[in-house]
Ligand binder design. Structure first.
Ligand SMILES: Cc1ncc(COP(=O)(O)O)c(C=O)c1O
Length: 444
């Protein structure tokens, strides 16, 4: 089917209902600051930083210029057996932002690749220590770690398990989800306090079942992002760290969404005061302009892998991607991190977070079908009662209506999330929230 000047016959759209899309296409042709231009000449506010990526807003000249300059200087060079100056500089900048001794950066190109990379580091590290039997991974229900088989296996997304579960990694278990819909339906810029300890199940059931000495790593998103911005109970991540330390298990934080400012800090690890053994990143590091991801490892992981008896010509970690540390992506990352710093955008995200959260709680409480509202950092979620027999339809309809009314919001199941770029103004928040409130009313 042809649409206006462009042909839509050949692109198979990712994570999109293609049949519905072709009947009602949503196509961007330009972007600047907080706004997109659509193919039919309308303006849409980017309420989700283009899927959590564009922290500094669109069309930022310093990043664009750095990319153009890099293209004319060193466009690309293989990453294997040689490297490039931009990759070393980008790694230095990223390690400087990371907490503790998270100092060694393995580059890849996406959050999915970061998930698989971190799981492979865990297996290789334990093997190098003479504990190759540690090969059980533990994730969490509703965790999202991308679409590779490793990330899907440790993730807890029912759609992935339904379609692809037959080919998942074999030795994986999952902790219970961290949401209490009765006591913590409404959370406003605070950490939920649980009366019971949600990690008892890990200590008393899951670890004894597998024997902790067999467990390679536990992977969690500090805040469960893709599932709909579900916040960890107070003290949860610290206790998870203690349990991992007690049993020699590596702790992986998937900070693909929470990394680079979303919480008002460099990483969620800083926000919660917990240093993992590996920290996965992707979104926001290049402001979304060029694909990039990575895993920041603690020194001990790298040091252990270098302590091998193998001859020096042998690769110590048998892993990498053709585009790991791509010079143009690295130039974009360096310029992005400079821009974040120069404009103090992480602290701005921290300041605008409560503005967004307060707007959510005052606009949506009591609207039809609203069963929960959660806000922390510069992101907020409103949870809706599903339509009986049609899970996800209510939030999808709301997303479509918002789009037509000039606001890009994110449906996740029957949750709708707003997570704007850090440059957001109160006026944008008001428009986004009012547009969403109207759509919630119409969907009743
Ligand atoms: C926490 C987390 N991990 C991994 C991913 C996968 O990232 P990508 O789509 O870049 O592969 C995502 C994507 O939303 C994510 O939120």
């Amino acid at each position: 089917m042809a649409f206006k000047e462009f042909n839509m016959d050949n692109q198979w759209l990712p994570f999109t209902p293609n049949r519905a899309f072709l009947k009602d296409p949503r196509v961007f042709v330009g972007a600047d600051g907080m706004e997109f231009k659509t193919h039919d000449g309308r303006t849409v506010i980017d309420g989700i930083s283009s899927l959590w990526c564009v922290g500094a807003g669109h069309n930022r000249k310093p990043i664009n210029e750095a990319i153009k300059k890099q293209l004319d200087t060193l466009d690309y060079a293989t990453a294997f057996q040689v490297s490039n100056d931009q990759a070393f500089e980008a790694a230095t900048r990223i390690a400087a932002l990371a907490p503790g001794d998270l100092n060694k950066v393995l580059f890849c190109n996406s959050g999915s690749e970061a998930a698989d990379t971190s799981l492979k580091v865990a297996l290789a590290y334990h093997r190098a220590r003479g504990e190759g039997h540690r090969n059980v991974f533990i994730g969490r229900e509703k965790g999202y770690h991308g679409v590779g088989f490793g990330g899907m296996s440790v993730g807890g997304i029912p759609g992935n398990r339904k379609a692809f579960g037959s080919a998942f990694l074999p030795r994986v278990d999952h902790m219970r989800f961290i949401h209490d819909p009765v006591n913590h339906a409404y959370i406003q810029n605070e950490e939920p306090v649980w009366a019971e300890d949600p990690l008892l199940e890990l200590e008393q059931r899951i670890l004894p079942l597998h024997d902790p000495s067999n467990v390679a790593a536990i992977i969690v998103e500090p805040v469960s992002g893709s599932a709909g911005w579900y916040l960890p109970p107070k003290g949860y991540l610290k206790r998870l760290r203690e349990i991992c330390d007690k049993h020699g298990i590596l702790l992986i934080f998937d900070e693909v969404i929470t990394g680079f400012g979303r919480m008002g800090t460099n990483f969620a690890s800083d926000y919660y005061g917990v240093v993992p053994d590996m920290l996965n990143f992707a979104k926001c590091v290049t402001n979304g302009l060029i694909p990039m991801g990575g895993v920041i490892c603690r020194d001990k992981l790298y040091d252990q892998m270098m302590k091998t008896d193998a001859p020096e010509h042998v690769v110590e970690f048998f892993h990498g991607y053709t585009y790991s540390g791509h010079p143009v992506a690295c130039a974009a990352a360096i310029a992005t991190l400079d821009l974040f710093k120069n404009e103090q955008l992480f602290s701005r995200a921290g300041e605008m977070g409560p503005v967004l959260g307060n707007a959510f709680h005052s606009a949506f409480r009591g609207l039809p079908n609203v069963i929960g509202i959660r806000s922390l950092g510069l992101a907020a979620a409103v949870e809706l009662a599903p339509i009986a027999g049609s899970p996800g339809k209510r939030a999808y309809d709301i997303f479509v209506e918002c789009f037509h009314n000039g606001a890009l919001v994110r449906p996740a199941g029957d949750v709708v999330v707003i997570a704007p770029p850090y440059i957001v103004e109160k006026s944008h928040i008001d428009t986004l929230v009012n547009t969403l409130a109207d759509a919630i009313r119409h969907a009743a």
